[in-house]
Write a protein that binds this ligand. Structure first.
Ligand code: THG
Length: 923
């Protein structure tokens, strides 16, 4: 019997198409989904496709058969949402094991049936594992960016339950698909390893990413290259792209991925781009034409279809693969790969990677104070400043006796993740406490560095830690420590490093590139003779390691070197420059440093350089004394200079260093602050704006909304990605909070509320940034807001609307299924006899969908809003008896026209920009 692994080398394999699109064709009812078995489960089950494995196995079997008949080599189980995390929405989480087991059995049976018919063409079953409906890397709460709705451990446990059932039931591969957050995917990979170990079978691991913007990033903001670094630790069979776009638009991203991925490549795009109704209408022949290009250009090994595809699409593939040459995977990288939102490749020609040392409670009094006082915004500024100063990685250390280091590490890393400008770079998780390191690893979607492990507790502990690090997908700093203590001579340093290397590579399964040795940078010129050769021995050991331990890197905590010169920053920095000059020549390719340092080796005056080199290179026995002498002289000179300066006017220099954007008009400054998500100057800028604008609300609707619209435009054009947008939303919120007291005071005493508005993100959807902005804007305009939050069932909306006697209802949603849910809500409103206007907003919603599907099922006005800036005006019209009638009449005319136009055209296709703006416009 052939395996997928042997077959993939011989020819291109065909994966099946979408399950959802096929299920839709059966027009199943709520009763079909429930069957007798789940009659008592509360809420709606329709839409829970996976439950059909238990209640309508005939339908699922039928679909599998259709795909196999169409020529699929691999069929996917109907289990995309079958984890306890996703199934909890439907109150059926306790059936997860059973659903997965049944799903695999169903697919297995039908696949084997087809294999029996044509034994030369074996059919395979891949277990479909979706991303779940929650993300580990992002906060669903705009006000609390450190919050997570789901932890790594919870998710990994849920995945493990799913995968163990699949493996027991006999899947041929595990397919982790529609990856939108790499931390979710890493939890899935972690679970897959555990599940395979527990069940005792190994199957190929397939990964498939979905890109969420036209810049080609995941929803959580990673580039595809960064993603590859994040999953590099796993034993991966194939990687690819699915969903996202149609085949044509997906191609450049597929090329990016294929260029670097040392795995087989899969692609299963949507049937073109969604139209305004959220459906797909490319024909099978059109899609096949585009897939043909993939094949001809040697981009792929596995092809299939996602949203909108059916067996007809898959049937068109068979002829494409005849005689086609399968792709040969890219070769394994021979450099260290790290990642934050972007890839950092440590290449020999990069010379030296600097790691920012300043976010360390033990290494910075200021950082310690900020963490102690929970001033996280300012603490984050330290991280941001380091990245601006050129740090390519940032070291984070929370080890302080009076801090809960595990908690602080988690909080701070979660906060960093929400700051795209910081999260761009990889993180070095620095702690001497193992639990803190593990807690840190569970926060990072990128490939981080653990700082550090060592042999101090013996070989077994060392290997155990190394294996754990590998499971979480990180590189490691290995300190030159062993059971006898810190290695402080040349001989001891190389002895310990060599032993650690052999253990890691031979027994730990570690990639040599992921090993970063730290041969201990220790303080010199301390007055103790036995310290004099520390730097020399470090530098020599560096040379030896780079020559004798292939692949491994060398790093060190450079500032340790100069502890004896605390208080004299110039000498300290000059010492670091000298040390690095010599160590880098021997192959030190990373270092923990203060990235703001300004002293260059070549700028150090000759006399000082000589004295520093005497110390660093241990060239004479009185080197330390002579350098201390120099240091004191320099210090005295500096004091004198400072005194004379402060007598004169020394403010000039600080003025000239002000940021250029601060010179602009107040409108431009506010716009800039919003676009970049900078909250630091809001108070002063808003105070200034309040002098110019008659009312605080005018500032929100004027410059602030202009800023938000600008963000929306940039996002639509692929020039911003989601985490950046989330951050700007947070800044908007902050600005509004600053203005809030003014708005309150401007309100006329005892003025009645402008109206009561009920807001909700519909069931099945967790996105609320847009809704929250609407809430703020409406509140600013005097409306009383009843915000029901996210995932709100129709019944709750109806009930609260009646109880609260609201004047209007606003529904929000970001994902395609929310369109149907909104129709459902409208039907329920109608049934309940309500008469309040319904406002529709959020991504995927469109005027066309509103006109065609929602407005007709509810007799009261249904209004689609393009963005939050429209809400207040529309609401004012609806509340004004003199304007309402005419407004509603115009609107229904417009919708009527849209409907008529649509009848002729059936479905209108939209440009890529429009489709993306529709799908992901968050406002
Ligand atoms: N190896 C590895 N990791 C490390 C070290 C190492 N992590 C911590 C440390 N050593 C590297 N980081 C620092 C950070 C700051 C300082 C030194 C090393 C430092 N701080 C000033 C001081 O103590 O004088 C404090 C200044 C202030 O309070 O602002 O020098 O060797 N793997």
């Amino acid at each position: 019997m052939a395996s997928i692994e042997t077959l993939v080398r011989e020819r291109i394999l065909i994966l099946d198409g979408a399950m959802g699109t096929m299920i839709q064709q059966y027009n199943l009812t709520e009763d079909d989904f429930r069957g007798k078995r789940f009659a008592q489960i509360p809420g709606q089950l329709k839409g829970n496709n996976d439950i059909l494995c238990l209640t309508r196995p005939d339908v699922i079997r039928d679909i599998h058969r259709k795909y196999l008949a169409a020529g699929a080599d691999i069929i996917e189980t109907n289990t995309f949402n079958s984890t306890s995390v996703s199934m909890a929405d439907y109150h059926v989480q306790e059936y997860v094991r059973e659903i997965n087991f049944a799903a695999v059995k169903l697919a297995r049976e039908v696949a084997d049936e087809f294999t029996a018919l044509t034994p030369d063409k074996q059919r395979f079953v891949a277990g479909s594992i979706g991303p779940t409906n929650k993300t580990c890397s992002m906060s669903p709460d705009v006000n609390n960016p450190a919050f997570r709705a789901l932890t790594y451990d919870e998710l990994a446990a849920a995945y493990r339950e799913q995968m163990e059932a699949m493996l027991e039931a006999g899947v041929d591969a595990l397919l982790i698909e529609t990856i939108f957050d790499t931390l979710n995917a890493k939890a899935a990979i972690y679970a897959a390893e555990q599940a395979m170990e527990a069940i005792g079978v190994r199957v190929p691991l397939m990964l498939s990413v979905t890109v969420s913007d036209i810049g080609g990033r995941t929803l959580s903001g990673q580039t595809l290259e960064a993603f590859l670094a994040s999953v590099q630790h796993a034993d991966i069979f194939s990687v690819g792209l699915n969903c996202s776009f149609g085949a044509r638009q997906l191609k450049p991203f597929l090329e990016q991925l294929a260029a670097r991925a040392p795995y087989y490549i899969s692609a299963y795009p949507n049937a073109g781009l969604p139209n305004s109704l959220g459906t797909y209408d490319q024909t099978p022949a059109e899609m096949a034409d585009e897939i043909r290009e993939y094949i001809h250009e040697g981009l792929v090994n596995i092809i299939g279809g996602c949203c909108g595809t059916t067996d007809e699409y898959i049937a068109a593939y068979s002829s494409l693969i005849v005689g086609a040459v399968p792709r040969i995977p890219a070769s394994l990288p021979d450099n260290l790969w790290l990642s934050g939102l972007e890839l950092l490749e440590v290449k020999p020609e990069n010379n030296f990677i600097n790691v920012g040392e300043r976010c360390n409670v033990a290494g910075s009094r200021k950082f310690l104070r900020l963490i102690n006082e929970k001033k996280y915004d300012e603490a984050l500024s330290i991280a941001r400043q380091q990245v601006e100063d050129g740090a390519q990685i940032i070291d984070i250390n929370m080890d302080d006796g009076l801090l809960d280091a595990e908690k602080e590490m988690t909080t701070f890393l979660n906060l960093i993740t929400s700051e795209p400008e910081i999260a761009r770079v990889p993180v070095m998780i620095d702690s001497s406490k193992w639990d803190v390191i593990v807690a840190g690893l569970k926060c990072m979607q990128g490939k981080s560095i653990v700082n550090s492990i060592s042999l101090k507790e013996g070989e077994e502990k060392f290997l155990e830690h190394a294996r754990t690090i590998k499971r979480y997908g990180a590189a490691a700093v290995v300190m030159a420590f062993d059971e006898q203590g810190q290695a402080d001579t040349y001989e001891r340093r190389i002895e310990v490093c060599e032993r650690a290397y052999r253990l890691l590579v031979d027994r730990g399964g570690f990639n040599p590139q992921d090993i970063i040795f730290d041969p201990n940078v220790l303080a010199v010129a301390t007055g103790m003779d036995e310290h004099n050769n520390y730097a020399v021995d470090f530098i020599r050991a560096t040379g030896w390691i780079r020559k004798n331990l292939p692949g491994a890197h060398v790093s060190g905590g450079v500032s340790n070197l100069s502890f004896s010169f605390r208080g004299n920053n110039y000498i300290r920095e000059a010492m670091h420059a000298v040390f690095l000059y010599h160590a880098i020549r021997e192959g030190m390719d990373m270092g923990i440093v203060n990235p703001a340092t300004s002293v260059l080796y070549t700028d150090i005056p000759a006399d000082i350089l000589e004295r520093i080199e005497d110390v660093v290179l241990n060239r004479r026995s009185d080197a330390a004394e002579r350098l201390i002498e120099t240091a004191e002289r320099l210090k005295a000179e500096a004091e004198a200079a400072k005194n004379s300066l402060s007598n004169g006017n020394s403010q000039l220099s600080s003025l000239s260093s002000q940021l250029a954007w601060r010179e602009d008009t107040v409108e431009e400054r506010l716009k800039y602050a919003l676009t970049k998500g900078i909250g630091d100057y809001l108070e002063e800028d808003l105070a200034e704006a309040l002098k110019v604008y008659p009312k605080a609300v005018d500032i929100i609707e004027g410059p602030l909304m202009a800023g938000m619209n600008h963000v929306g435009d940039l996002f639509g054009a692929g020039k911003m990605f989601l985490p950046q947008v989330v951050k700007t939303a947070r800044t908007m919120k902050k600005a509004v909070a600053v203005l809030q007291p003014v708005i309150e005071s401007e309100k006329q005493e005892g003025a009645a509320s402008a109206g009561k508005v009920l807001l909700a993100t519909v069931k099945g959807d967790v996105h609320d940034i847009g809704k929250n902005i609407v809430s703020v804007v409406m509140a600013c305009n005097g409306y009383e807001i009843i915000d029901l939050g996210v995932m709100v069932p129709a019944e709750t909306i109806v009930q609260r609307a009646i109880e609260e006697k609201v004047n209007m209802i606003g529904l929000s949603g970001l994902i395609t299924p929310s369109l149907d849910e909104m129709v459902h809500v409208a039907i329920e409103l109608e049934k309940a006899g309500l008469d309040v206007p319904l406002l529709i907003g959020g991504a995927t919603t469109s005027p066309l969908h509103t006109a065609l599907k929602i407005a007709p099922v509810y007799h009261a006005p249904v209004i689609h809003l393009k963005d939050a800036s429209q809400n207040a005006t529309v609401a004012a019209r609806l509340m004004n008896p003199n304007q309402k009638e005419e407004f509603v009449k115009k609107l229904s005319n417009k919708y009527q026209q849209l409907r008529e136009k649509n009848q002729e055209k059936q479905v209108e296709t939209v440009s890529l920009e429009e489709a993306k703006a529709n799908r992901l416009n968050l406002f």
